[in-house]
Design a protein around this ligand. Structure first.
Ligand code: LLP
Length: 420
């Protein structure tokens, strides 16, 4: 069952024509399907039914309040990596005891905010961070629940920019040094050890590296338990990949069943931090073709969405399928689909074999629900675009398009410049 589908040669999101949404909100905009979001979360969550677990949706993938609320309504927790994401999670109605706080560079004010909120645990990434959390906790008279993020030194076989579990990556504490960090934590009076954590990378298309990481973590937990430490939560992070082009990642049920096999009877509550697998294919970016042009070498399709709206193709060379909103028989061409930004790296597709597109028509850039809006910027002073959620035949603007006023909010010309 797909929720972005052609009917009568027109692309729909659930029960609404994408063209009609574009007429109401203008272009470009992000568009999410409610039923797809619900299905993805539920399938993932249900797949782990066999053991005590908590799905902490990774807010960085898409942190719109409406989406956070939707997953929270389904019983989800939230994985946050900044004070800002914690604020969003709370505004979305998250239960503090279902929030985990990851990230390699937490500031004191963020730590204090999280302590006052009463989150489930900090995933700590260095010994110095342990010390700082202990200090902040003691200053405000709290005890901080912590897990140590272990770097298991495993190649997740994904894009180097989104590999996080190798020695050369900045993330976590080297697995060989982790026992030392746990010992330190056990001596700090305002810390309470509750768990262990890892996250080896994103857009993973194989389960083996995850299972290998899990085995290494289990071994460490057994040793820690021998030393009298109680490890209640085992957080495996996120990372399960999706199909953008022809990747064949494991289905969440397959992913879950191999993990469950490893963890049956291990006596930990499993925490998962999925992002992309929940929202990636539940959203598209809708844009309008402004112009087309060609020279002896190339054809360009110039659209009104740029790398500031969706940076993944420019940044990682990522593939996103591009579909015309109106389906018709078309000539095949090879073209670059580019945005209006003044950078040669501003493209949504490069050398793409595709159906010819004409000026004025709408396109849908597929699989854009994850790391789309959340990585967007105001570069070239472009207001950030609208986000729309569709449920059956109803549409909801869940973030209105920014205006020019938003671009200069907070800026100030100092008096001396006005007077001179
Ligand atoms: N947990 C931690 C600690 C993470 O660092 C991440 C992602 C996740 C969970 C969620 O991972 P997911 O399930 O979405 O793979 N901007 C890149 C992806 C960066 C991922 C960063 N960390 C992209 O557009 O592909």
């Amino acid at each position: 069952m797909h929720f972005f589908e052609y009917k009568d040669r027109q692309l729909y999101c659930e029960g609404i024509l994408i063209r009609e949404i574009a007429e109401k909100v203008g272009t470009p905009f992000y568009l999410y399907s409610y039923h797809t979001l619900v299905r993805h979360f539920t399938v993932f969550d249900d797949a782990f039914k066999g053991i005590p677990h908590l799905v902490c949706y990774s807010a960085k993938a898409n942190s719109n309040l409406a989406l956070l609320r939707l997953f929270i309504n389904l019983g989800g927790g939230v994985d946050v990596v900044s004070g800002g994401e914690l604020y969003r999670a709370l505004k979305g109605g998250a239960v503090p005891q279902k929030i985990v706080f990851s990230g390699v560079g937490k500031r004191e004010d963020e730590i204090e905010y999280a302590l006052k909120t009463g989150i489930l645990m900090f995933n700590v990434e260095s010994s110095q961070e342990l010390q700082v959390i202990n200090e902040v906790a003691s200053r405000i008279g709290k005890k901080a629940a912590i897990a140590i993020r272990v770097n298991p030194d495993i190649d997740p076989k994904t894009h180097p920019y989104i590999s996080t579990g190798l020695k050369q990556n900045k993330f976590g504490i080297d697995i060989l040094r982790a026992p030392m960090a746990y010992r330190l934590a056990s001596q700090l009076p305002n810390l309470k050890i509750v768990g262990i954590d890892c996250h080896i990378g994103s857009q993973l298309v194989e389960v083996e590296p995850i299972i290998e990481a899990l085995r290494r973590l289990k071994q460490l937990v057994e040793n820690l338990r021998k030393d009298g430490m109680e490890i209640q939560y085992l957080d495996l992070g996120g990372g399960l990949g999706i199909t953008y082009e022809d990747e064949e990642p494991p289905h969440p049920v397959e992913y879950a069943s191999t993990i469950l096999e490893e963890l049956q009877g291990f006596g930990c509550t499993l925490i998962l931090e999925p992002g992309r697998v929940i929202v990636g294919n539940a959203g598209v970016l809708v844009s309008k073709v402004l112009y087309t042009k060609e020279n002896e070498e190339k054809r360009f399709v110039i659209v009104d969405a740029g790398m500031n709206d969706l940076v993944r193709p420019s940044y990682y060379g990522s593939y996103h399928q591009i579909l015309p909103v109106k389906e018709e028989t078309r000539e095949e061409i090879v073209a670059d689909v580019v945005g209006p930004i003044c950078e040669s790296s501003d493209f949504l597709a490069k050398g793409r074999k595709m159906a010819i597109l004409h000026s004025g028509e709408l396109i849908a850039v597929m699989s854009a629900g994850a790391y789309g809006f959340s990585m967007s910027t105001n570069y070239n002073s472009r207001p950030r675009i609208a986000e729309v959620l569709v449920r059956d035949d109803q549409m909801f603007v869940i973030r209105k398009r920014e205006g020019y006023e938003d671009l200069i909010r907070g800026e100030k010309i100092p008096d001396f410049l006005i007077r001179s």
